[in-house]
Design a binder for this molecule. Structure first.
Ligand SMILES: NC(=O)c1ccc[n+]([C@@H]2O[C@H](COP(=O)([O-])OP(=O)(O)OC[C@H]3O[C@@H](n4cnc5c(N)ncnc54)[C@H](OP(=O)(O)O)[C@@H]3O)[C@@H](O)[C@H]2O)c1
Length: 347
């Protein structure tokens, strides 16, 4: 990404230079803060961000023009966080490279958005690597691919059974000190795995990106059924209460695959296996004068954890549809009704 505009005079969010925000610092509205969508605190950084994020995992089949159209639609809808990973696209850093080539940003435009990436999965060989060398090298390669000087956020993509918290901490410290990464987080981590990292990592964990949709809602359903013997939902798979843990620690939950069925590939929207759910989505869509996509988005944004929904669409028009669910005030009855219609028992 490049631009003819002189270097931006907009100061980066406070965590950037000084390391981090101090308790008691006033909330900080970054220059590109969305006025079109509901914003939520972005972890404990003091920065807010729109509660809809544009995920870039599926853009490898798009042309430069299509990527630009997707980016423009996202910005026009109020999206200010763009989610990447080193592995997106199959070939390492492919989607990041395509985004960096297609989207030209002036320095001030760059300051108005957040580029988030991930590291730690060795895709072709199916293993995880959270070593110092891998984290630092992968982050530096992401910068080159995206054509930017810094990542706003770097996430550890999946828990690594061989994790050495001290090494992760050293990598985060060096990336922060060199200005290459401004904030850090995790993805698919349990409370205990985050606690383990926190024994050495001193930066706040800003984000935990986890799979969550109405039909893949174990992290919600477990809490409801925790004491219901014999209920499949009572089986704890996440170490217990990941949503509560994130709320307790000010970690922003990002919901990935918000419209996917879950275990099976494909979206639940319009799928024959979910007649009750789709009937309920259609009913609420008509009542609120939005699309079922907006209602499915609102099922996540309505949760008081202040979650962000990470969209995976490659179609500009679907970003606008989802954005209509950014601040849709589903009632408690409607919210629980959707969970029930997806097949969960409300004890
Ligand atoms: N942290 C992790 O481990 C992890 C894992 C997976 C994904 N992610 C992140 O989360 C983002 C979202 O994941 P996702 O792509 O699985 O999410 P998604 O938004 O649930 O799914 C997107 C896919 O569903 C299709 N789709 C959306 N609405 C549809 C509809 N109404 N009818 C038919 N098809 C529809 C899209 O097709 P069109 O393109 O045609 O709209 C696209 O292929 C990714 O881009 C990535 O950034 C993170």
């Amino acid at each position: 990404m490049s631009g003819s505009e002189p270097a931006s005079t907009v100061t980066a969010w406070p965590g950037a230079a000084a390391g981090r925000r101090l308790v008691g610092d006033p909330p900080y509205e970054h220059p590109g803060a969305s006025t079109l969508m509901r914003t939520v605190p972005f972890g404990p950084t003091g920065r807010n961000a729109a509660n809809i994020v544009a995920g870039m995992m599926r853009i490898s089949g798009s042309t430069d023009e299509e990527i630009r159209a997707l980016y423009t639609a996202a910005r026009e809808a109020g999206v200010d966080v763009f989610d990447h990973a080193d592995i997106y696209g199959g070939e390492r850093h492919l989607c990041e490279r395509m985004f960096g080539r297609a989207v030209t940003l002036t320095p001030s435009e760059r300051e108005q958005i957040m580029l988030q990436s991930k590291t730690g999965i060795i895709a072709g060989e199916s293993y995880y690597d959270s070593s110092y060398e891998h984290i630092v090298t992968s982050a530096e390669e992401s910068l080159t691919a995206l054509g930017t000087d810094y990542l706003d956020v770097l996430l550890i993509h999946r828990p690594d059974a061989l994790v050495e918290p001290d090494e992760v901490a050293r990598a985060f410290d060096d990336l922060e000190a060199s200005g290459k990464v401004r904030a850090f987080g995790v993805s698919n981590h349990t409370p205990r795995q985050i606690d383990l990292l926190r024994t050495a990592v001193t930066q706040p964990i800003t984000v935990n990106q986890i799979q969550l949709s109405i039909t893949h809602s174990t992290v919600v359903a477990q809490g409801l059924a925790s004491n219901m013997a014999g209920e499949e939902d009572s089986v704890t798979r996440d170490g217990g209460g990941i949503l509560d843990y994130c709320r307790l620690h000010g970690i922003t939950v990002q919901a990935w695959s918000p419209f996917q069925k879950g275990v099976e590939p494909g979206v639940f929207l319009g799928a024959d296996e979910y007649p009750q759910l789709n009937a309920e989505l259609d009913r609420l869509a008509a009542a609120y004068d939005v699309t079922p996509t907006a209602v499915a988005t609102a099922w996540i944004t309505r949760h008081p954890a202040g979650m962000q929904v990470v969209l995976g669409t490659t179609r500009p028009e679907r970003i606008g549809e989802a954005a209509a669910g950014s601040d849709l005030p589903l009632t408690r009855a409607e919210w629980y009704g959707l969970l029930k219609a997806a097949g969960h028992t409300i004890p």
